[in-house]
Design a protein around this ligand. Structure first.
Ligand code: T4K
Length: 396
């Protein structure tokens, strides 16, 4: 068994070569423009448009994912309404709802994907429901067809928290993504090759990607909204800049959610590497999969396409807790219990405590293991061995 000299964290951000970053900094210096829709931000938006295959008119960048969600929810008119969402996520998903005066209503998750279940969500729809907010948790794709059906049947908005799902593409044939295709005129050849492949961000009315450093792709901090209706863009651009419309008019109660030029530069530099970052995550995942293949008590959650996280399920809460603690104490490995406790165990959402038994069970047994570009594959193997050792020797 290997005890690591230096701590192994659940993730580390990719950092681009410093010399290349410095070249970008020189450009920022000569522009003397640091924030508020500067040239780096515009370039980043263009490159994201190419990568995702989404027109620039249907994107908006923010200084972090949480404010992107908050302003996105607000622009979609969710204030004052009920919004059905999952308790198995990071607090930002529903904090952003609360902060705009919407009421999160929690429905249970699908045990296979660990994402919100459309069947469970449908049972909670009432005339007060304005939207459903599923989360592509760990990069696992939600039942997007199921949610599309609910959106059409009940006339509610479908807004995805895709914080973990950058780099996830699919065919999504049944979805009405024609709007994205027909308005592509301003976009040069998308970098993702086949035209049938769509970014997961094309599903629903709106999706949010987080560019926090704990994500596989980042811009120091940052968030991106992708939306179906290009008319929302102007509203979002205003909202992220205090809702200032012109020198003489302010149209709404906006916020300061502008991405700055250094963030955009980091995003641009990381985007150059995205294919390699994704490939490396897959390699890490495969090493864990090999390592756990002979261990019936450890289930690697298999659904994520981008392998943003490596979630494993243990047979019970006690085992998960033991693995979490012993990995630190014996081996210097800091895994994370994403997403435990459930949101419904936190004070602001305790009104729904106990309402989602599937999520409760999975949250009590899940652990996410280290994965990041630069984590050596032999170290991944050693971590898997350490986990197996802990599981197989409960008395130690
Ligand atoms: N929706 C969902 C579903 C989300 O998961 C998130 C964020 C959001 C919305 C909101 O998006 P943002 O507003 O964040 O863009 C982290 C992150 O703060 C959070 O972004 C993320 N989800 C959540 C799942 O995890 P912590 O408190 O667990 O992370 P932290 O800061 O302890 O970092 C974890 C480990 O990463 C550290 O132990 C070491 C390493 N690390 C971290 C940072 C920040 C580094 O090596 N370098 C770094 O710069 O919440």
């Amino acid at each position: 068994m290997k005890r690591f000299d230096k701590p192994i964290f659940v993730t580390r951000p990719y950092l681009p070569p410093l010399e290349e970053f410095k070249r970008g900094l020189e450009e920022v210096w000569s522009n003397q423009w640091l924030t508020n829709n500067g040239p780096m931000l515009q370039r980043f938006q263009k490159e994201l448009s190419r990568y995702l295959g989404v027109p620039e008119t249907n994107l908006a960048l923010f200084n972090n994912g949480t404010l992107a969600l908050e302003l996105g929810y607000y622009a979609m008119g969710l204030s004052g309404g009920d919004v059905i969402t999952t308790p198995f996520t990071f607090v930002a998903t529903s904090h952003a709802l609360k902060r705009i005066g919407a009421n999160p209503v929690f429905a249970d998750i699908d045990p296979a994907t660990m994402c919100l279940s459309p069947e469970a969500a449908e049972k909670l729809i009432t005339p007060r429901t304005k939207a459903i907010v599923p989360v592509h948790v760990y990069g696992n794709v939600c039942d997007v067809k199921g949610f599309e059906r609910l959106g059409e049947k009940y006339g509610v908005k479908i807004i995805y928290d895709a914080a973990h799902a950058f780099g996830v593409f699919g065919k999504f044939e049944s979805l009405k993504v024609s709007e994205f295709e027909s308005s592509k005129s301003g976009v040069t050849e998308p970098r993702n090759t086949q035209s049938t492949r769509k970014s997961i961000g094309c599903c629903g009315d709106m999706s949010m990607f987080s560019f926090h450093p704990t994500k596989l792709f980042h811009s120091c901090e940052g968030g991106l909204l992708v939306f179906k209706d290009a008319k929302v863009q102007e509203k979002l651009f205003e909202l992220r800049n205090f809702a200032i419309h012109s020198e003489l008019s302010c149209t709404d109660v906006g916020s300061n959610a502008k991405m700055n030029e250094l963030q955009a530069l980091m995003g641009l530099e990381c985007l150059k590497k995205i294919d390699e970052l994704l490939d490396y995550r897959q390699k890490i995942y495969d090493v864990y999969a090999d390592g756990f293949a002979d261990c019936a008590d450890i289930t690697l959650v298999p659904y994520s396409q981008n392998k943003a996280y490596v979630p494993v399920l243990f047979k019970d809460y006690a085992t998960r807790e033991r693995v979490y603690k012993e990995l630190i104490d014996k081996y210097n490995v800091y895994s994370r219990r994403y997403f435990y406790p459930l949101l419904t165990d936190f004070a602001p959402y305790a009104y729904a405590k106990g309402s989602c038994p599937v999520a409760e069970d999975l949250a009590s047994r899940v652990l996410t293991l280290p994965t990041y570009y630069g984590l050596q594959l032999e170290d991944v193997k050693a971590i898997a061995e350490n986990v197996k050792e802990i599981v197989s020797h409960p008395a130690n």
